[in-house]
Design a protein around this ligand. Sequence first.
Ligand code: NAP
Ligand code: F7E
Length: 338
Amino acid sequence: MKKALISGICGQDGSYLSELLLEKGYEVYGLVRRKAKEDYGNVAHIKDKIRFIYGDVTDLASLILAIKEADPDEIYNLAAQSFVKASWDSPVSTGEIDGLGVTNFLEAIRQTNRKIRFYQASTSEMFGKVQAIPQDETTPFYPRSPYGVAKLYAHWITINYRESYGLFACCGILFNHESERRGLEFVTRKITHGIARIVKKGNRAPIELGNLDAKRDWGHARDYVKAMWLMLQQDKPDDYVIASGETHAVREFVYEAFKEAGIELEFKGKGVDEVGIDKKTKEVLVKVNPIFYRPAEVELLIGNPKKAETKLNWKKEIDFKTLVKLMVQNDLRLADEE
Ligand code: NAP
Ligand code: F7E
């Protein structure tokens, strides 16, 4: 039986990856930070099938101990301060967790068992102010946030340990992937959760958003964790872009999500004055609030997943409209249950 250690196991991706690995017969270990109140986040429903080990990626000793305890064949490093906007508020800790935390993991592997296969959660945020359209594995990087910069350090240190010590270490350059388990602060879930509040709770206050023009390449997390696993099953370690190959503005996500909930919106005004209005009732249901703007924006992301499709035989199964539908229906159902 193969054993995997997952950091960030209670997050969105950690939960889908745990389900996938359990299905494949793995013994799954999860690295978790100690919390004052016990909380298993997105893996609460499968917590009895996972062995949890306390640790923190900023604490090298804890990683060495975790590796000794789990003795894993594979490590998936998903731990991160993953909210880009918060990385301007906490640039140092974001660097410590998302950047140096990865060196800690690689060093722990180097010092304990160099046969362990390592997956690093790299990101399309490393492309930032994009230097080519679409972005693939050869596109130069230009990060635009402390998060993007920390992740770029992590990306290169992973490649360095692969080239210096022969570690089986792979970076998945994943574009935005969302799901019913996405954190409420990310724009997709903020929209679908806000719609459920409007439709089901009778609270018609508008959803306040930032830059509606930003374009993202959105997929579903369930599809993307399959690519993580595939990378570690190859004969040789390598880095891969995982993306849907489509891009949509935040405004389009808003429009499709409201439509899924039975409301057709029309947009009026520009910039901070833009509003989304219910075509039927003329109520303002979306407005722009500049507090959600970022000090520097990533305006356009669109990935080319050809290498992963060819070499890993990976393909997305959930398209943009299905993703929106799943997220809206889930939040409507949750609101009904509350
Ligand atoms: P997420 O839901 O925010 O989960 C992140 C997890 O990391 C949380 O469980 C968190 O633990 C844990 N964590 C944070 N700091 C830690 C530390 N110092 N030590 C140990 N664990 C720590 O993120 P996600 O969306 O699943 O993303 C997974 C990974 O992929 C992240 O590295 C993210 O940066 C990267 N990524 C995400 C996307 C995306 O679109 N989702 C795209 C590209 C790359 P707590 O539960 O204790 O807070
Ligand atoms: O923002 C715009 C915002 O916070 C998407 C993380 O998983 O994917 C994620 O990073 C876009 C940005 O995700 C609001 O300005 C407008 O242009 O959902 P987000 P992100 O920053 O793209 C990458 C690949 C990761 O690696 C990250 O870990 O939406 N936007 N209005 C807004 N964003 C938020 N959060 N809230 C708004 O009100």
